[in-house]
Design a protein around this ligand. Sequence first.
Ligand SMILES: [Zn+2]
Length: 486
Amino acid sequence: MNCLPDREQIRLHALKNAYQHGGKADPKAVLSKVLAESPDLRKSAKDLLPVVNEVVEEVNSLGAAEIEEILRKEHPEALIAEKKEQRHGLPDLPGVTGKVVMRMAPSPSGPPLHVGHSRMAILNDEYVRKYGGELILRIEDTNPKNIDPSAYQQIPRDLAWLGVQFTSVVVQSDRMELYYDEARRLIRNGGMYVCSCGVQEFKEKRQKGGIACPPHRSLSARENEERFQEMLDGGFREGEAVAVVKTDLAHPNPSVRDWIAFRIIEREHPRQGRKYRVYPMMNFSVAVDDHHLGLTHVIRGGKDHLNNTEKQKYIFRYNDWPLPVYFHYGLIHIPNTVLKTSTIKKGIADGSYSGWDDVRLGTILALRKRGGYVPATFRRYWIESGLRESDAEFSWDIFNAMNKDSIDAATPRGGFFVPDPVMLKVEGLPECDVTIPPNHPPTNKSLGDKEIQDERIEGGRLCGCVRPGPGAGWQGLQAQGLLQCC
Ligand SMILES: [Zn+2]
């Protein structure tokens, strides 16, 4: 007796494989599944192949409907897993107990979103569609040095074009009083202090660990509350004081040790003018908003965000707020594409680019302007590439192939033209009608026929010409000087 797997095991893999591929299993794929399951069989793979071929042939003769029926009866778990994957391509969100509240927070440092941003927007949108709930667009504009004023209008426009349905828009600089209130509360709870050692000195001390700012860290809550008010009132100038969240001075990651939550920026804010001079850092305003907006799930890309999450959790713990479920995924590198806001700004300023919609850029505006790209392609690409923890590379080839798939049925086939045609007279030919090719041969008749735009040809009727056969268009003949209109 040799150690071949039982026929039933092979049959199950054949059924599953056939189910995934429209009723036709591929023997090689089935064999590799069997070998993956029982690696011991690798040395007898040669003996195995005829058996696999036989089973696959049996299964393939059943037809898709019957295969599905057999799986439903015998292995329903296989069916559910496959169906889910086919429908969504995205993993389930962990910890969903009802409706979800999610957010996307593109930076307002440049006005339009780019192809990379579309991922975050579409993934959030997909999950909210799947589970029901709210999707909040949050404009994180608490750094007045890094805001492009047109972002407030352009970001929602780009998202609308992508078909992302956000339920509300929250602008952080409209919520400054909330951040100040939460800062005072944190100070009273002993979770924050105002350091006036100077930012540079503060950072150096923190880096060494354990000696961060002894004079200010140990001040009473009341004193720190007064010092925070002094920051707000202008008692300190830019760079002279920061409000700092107390964490763990021995934290293995230096950036998580006592981190800066507020700083002074004496600059006009594009939306708020000179109303404020103390602005929260991203990690503070994000934690406060995620709580106050009732976020249930936060999906974020990149390892940087793991550190940020670590920092933000301190705010939740000090306040005893329930944490949202954080879901981290890897970054996507988008090759051969100009995406960087600072590069684009510089290029526009020096005239290398015509604007944010310059067709050489990777902004949504530019891709729209190039024409042909449709929102469905963006959605399909990001759903199919899924949500993995490892970093990955974006493929323009796959993206373009998907786009072709999206627009193919509705796209007229290319027109052509003859520059400087040569007029020749052909004697003795019978009069005939020109056969005008359809715009979309052969499937989409609704797109009609090509039009002949030549002022010398009336109504597409030529006289004294031959009817061109398939593949030999009259335009070709004309171009070669073989044909003439009269
Ligand atoms: Zn200090």
